[in-house]
Design a protein around this ligand. Structure first.
Ligand SMILES: NC(=O)c1ccc[n+]([C@@H]2O[C@H](COP(=O)([O-])OP(=O)(O)OC[C@H]3O[C@@H](n4cnc5c(N)ncnc54)[C@H](OP(=O)(O)O)[C@@H]3O)[C@@H](O)[C@H]2O)c1
Length: 321
């Protein structure tokens, strides 16, 4: 009998042993995961970086104490499928968002996730573009469509319209036929208009509450005082959807006084949402702006850049050429 070396396949991944500054992130070699029942194993080509990545790196947030590998956005190629998966086969190009928050791990060469977190990658999208889209687009889709049910002719306010969520939210609201008002610093107004925004307010020199009136839907990415004040721009029956959940008591009370609604949310993995997003991409109604890429080994640089809070569009980690 021949002796076979029973070595499990390995992969590179970005991991951390402690919470802290970007330099806690290190590239390690670890065991490659196997797809479980209903899961696919994806060879990651590109993976977006989002504020939740640096919040988890610094504070642990929902994941608690490290070690862990962050990353929820994925674009890549199916390497293997688990028992019962009928939707995909090895070689398929897919993109999607891993279950938030506990399914993190895309800042690695391979990741597993539920098959139904993924959809086929539109051919017109590069992996870098596709890796930038899922988390921000699902957030905007779930806030504007699933919760607020934006209808044609409604007035939608998108604060931080040049950011990751904001720049896709502007386009999704326009695709629903809304009149869209974004906020951004002056240097980013042309960019926000290029996404289709009807008006842009310079939040640094203008009072958003005075400039934006009779709003049907606010997508709040700011929280705090800005969120409380944003309720004032809503017309009766309007809704504020906040993507900074928690600490919502004051908002609910003030919304009731004003006769408006307020709802907070956390993004969920969502194949129906991904299908809708892919259709918008294919019909030319949604494009992603990638402001920069970093190789996987430089994840710390991507975190440091993103954490400035000034990024236009998205940052992406490239995992395969
Ligand atoms: N609940 C959820 O599931 C969920 C999902 C996604 C994101 N989030 C949260 O939503 C927030 C936004 O995420 P993101 O990916 O869009 O962030 P991001 O891409 O880092 O946002 C950066 C943008 O925000 C703009 N900005 C910063 N402060 C602003 C202000 N006071 N008014 C207007 N614009 C401002 C900046 O433009 P200027 O340079 O012009 O200031 C920059 O372009 C984060 O806190 C994130 O954690 C939550």
């Amino acid at each position: 009998m021949t002796n076979t070396t029973d070595t499990a396949p390995t992969m590179k991944a970005v991991s951390q042993e402690t919470l802290g500054e970007p330099d806690v992130l290190t590239e390690i070699v670890t065991e490659r995961p196997e797809p479980g029942i209903g899961q696919i194993l994806v060879a990651v080509h590109a993976a977006g970086v989002n504020p939740t990545d640096w919040k988890h790196r610094r504070f642990g947030a929902f994941l608690g104490e490290p070690p862990f590998t962050l990353g929820w956005d994925v674009s890549g190629v199916v390497e293997a499928v688990g028992l019962g998966v009928a939707l995909f086969q090895p070689g398929d190009e897919v993109f999607g968002m891993l279950p938030y928050p506990y399914g993190a791990g895309s800042h690695a060469e391979y990741v597993t996730g539920p098959a139904r977190a993924f959809v086929p990658k539109p051919a017109a999208l590069s992996h870098v573009e596709a890796g930038a889209i899922p988390l921000v687009a699902l957030t905007a889709w779930q806030a504007l469509v699933d919760i607020a049910q934006v209808r044609p002719g409604q007035r939608v306010l998108v604060p931080a319209a040049a950011g990751g969520v904001g720049h896709v939210a502007v386009q999704i609201a326009k695709a629903r036929g809304a009149y869209v008002i974004g906020t951004a610093s002056a240097a980013k107004h042309d960019f926000v208009r290029s996404l289709g925004a009807d008006e842009v307010i310079d939040y640094r020199t203008q009072d958003v509450v005075k400039e934006a009136r009779d709003i049907d839907v606010v997508l709040d990415p700011l929280g705090g005082e800005d969120r409380l004040r944003a309720l004032e721009v809503l017309r009766p029956g309007g809704i504020l959807v906040s993507i900074l959940p928690g600490g919502f008591g004051d908002v609910t009370a003030r919304a009731a006084e004003l006769g408006v609604r307020a709802q907070d949310m956390l993004v969920e993995h969502d194949q129906a949402g991904m299908t809708a997003i892919a259709s918008l991409v294919e019909s030319g109604q949604l494009r992603v702006h990638v402001s920069g890429t970093h190789p996987l080994a430089d994840a710390a640089k991507a975190h440091a850049e993103g954490e400035t809070g000034r990024v236009t569009g998205k940052l992406v980690l490239t995992v395969r050429p």
